[in-house]
Design a protein. Structure first.
Length: 463
């Protein structure tokens, strides 16, 4: 089925860092003429302010630095994964080393036994753990879901990205039959530690504008399934060899959500996966998929980057309110990713919407209209970020003595925390912080009677 005008982007700006030179970037800073620059593909965008040009300059520069390090990062990541697999097959000492390193940062795979179906935290716990295992290989995911969680694994998927021409989007679908009503969990994988393309997506400032949705981040919308002609048709011809994330998951949900059942579903993801989780229902609404949206219970995102502009936020809030969908956006400490792409009060290019469920380094939670220090590069937070990173390093030795051995941190995470003293915000993005926040933090301030759809001032805590 062909896309309507409302489902096709008629205005966009896409950055092409691989075609940019330093001299070309400097000329762009001076002239501001976008249309004549080969490293910027755009439609109906001619001039930008100096401030916006500076943001574009640094976005392209950082992406080029990341791409320069892409191969070494990938090779190191592959060797590291192979090493972990070899450790798993050899001797007691190797198993000891594996326990120090397993899961990159966090070795927990069991659901918290203190949080049971029906508890306030249950679906947040299940969501954050599903977001965690989404980073693992298929055999590992199957073993955890079926053997440890005793749930049904509907499938784990590698989705095709039409623009990158590779399988760069991953996700999984779980069916929890212990909940009442039973619940389907759709979890998107987030930013991989050693994947330069994923980090480039977080720093990218490219966007597509849609008539009703507003401006949406290009990297996220491409990962979800935007077509090569910048359109979102309601249906496409399926290619089983190259499944597209949005269309594949939509069809799976259509089959799983039987008209006469009470089954509902939850969308979740960490980092880039959180961006896909909140973007997915926005596209469903664009296609008037009422039957699916009516069964969407909630969206849980952890360390989610900004997805669109103010208009997109208003559009998404309207849809969430219309279908009574709860949206829980968790942010921990000085996590860098929720503060990307840059949010500026004058350009209003990318902005979060809905209240922020913020946890500090003591796992004390509070609801804010937006995360404190909304941009990572903040002069006011220069000292406090590093003090926080130092406390997180000290805290890593205290947690297992206070809460038990399952809170012991691996060697790689301890090394990462040392690096965090120089570049705070990266260790804070780890999924382990969000698992700790859900398990150790209070849920009273975020368990809302009406979700977030009425805005922060209309969200009331459960008693």
């Amino acid at each position: 089925m062909a896309a309507s005008n409302d489902q096709t982007s008629k205005k966009y700006m896409v950055l092409k860092p691989d075609e940019a030179s330093l001299i070309g970037l400097i000329r762009f800073l001076i002239s501001g003429n976008i249309e004549s620059k080969q490293f910027i593909e755009c439609l109906r965008v001619k001039k930008t302010s100096l401030k916006h040009r500076v943001y574009i300059f640094f976005s392209i520069f950082i992406q080029n630095v990341l791409q320069f390090a892409a191969k070494p990062l990938s090779v190191f990541g592959s060797i590291f994964e192979l090493w972990l697999n070899l450790l798993a097959c050899n001797g007691n000492f190797c198993l000891f080393l594996l326990n120090l390193l397993r899961g990159h940062f966090d070795r927990r795979v069991e659901l918290d036994k203190n949080i049971k179906p029906g508890d306030k935290k249950y679906f947040a716990e299940l969501s954050v753990m599903a977001s965690k295992i989404a980073y693992e290989n298929k055999a590992f995911i199957k073993a955890v879901v079926e053997d440890k969680w005793k749930m049904e694994l509907i499938g784990e998927y590698d989705f095709w990205n039409e623009y990158q021409q590779k399988y760069s989007t991953q996700g999984l679908i779980i069916h929890d039959k212990t909940a009442n009503p039973d619940m389907i969990i759709v979890a998107f994988r987030g930013t991989e530690l050693f994947n330069a393309d994923d980090w480039c997506t977080d720093f990218d400032l490219s966007w597509y504008k849609f008539q009703s949705m507003g401006k949406v981040h290009s990297g996220f919308i491409k990962a979800l399934g935007l077509q090569n002609d910048q359109s979102w048709p309601p249906t496409i011809d399926h290619d089983n060899e190259k499944p597209i994330a949005y269309y594949t998951i939509k069809e799976k949900l259509r089959k799983l959500l039987h008209p006469h059942s009470r089954t509902k579903f939850i969308l979740t993801g960490h980092s880039l996966g959180g961006a896909l989780a909140i973007l997915f229902p926005a596209v469903l609404a664009l296609h008037d998929e009422t039957c699916i949206l009516e069964r969407l219970e909630a969206i849980y995102t952890f360390g989610q980057p900004r997805v669109g502009d103010v208009k997109f936020g208003d559009y998404a809030k309207e849809q969430l309110k219309s279908y009574d969908i709860k949206y829980y956006r968790f942010v921990y400490g000085y996590d860098i990713v929720p503060r990307l792409p840059y949010d500026d009060d004058t350009t209003l290019l990318f902005r979060h919407f809905g209240p922020c469920l913020f946890y500090n380094s003591l796992y004390e939670g509070k609801m804010f209209p937006q995360e404190p220090h909304k941009n990572y590069f903040s002069i006011r937070a220069f000292i406090t970020k590093r003090l926080d990173a130092l406390w997180e390093l000290v805290r890593s030795f205290l947690l297992p003595h206070i809460y038990g051995p399952e809170y012991r941190e691996g060697l790689l995470l301890l090394v990462c925390r040392l690096f965090g003293l120089l570049v705070p915000g990266f260790p804070a993005h780890g999924i382990q912080e969000y698992i700790n926040a859900v398990r150790l933090g209070s849920a009273e301030f975020w368990r809302c009677k009406e979700g977030i759809t009425g805005g922060a001032n209309k969200c009331f805590c459960s008693q």
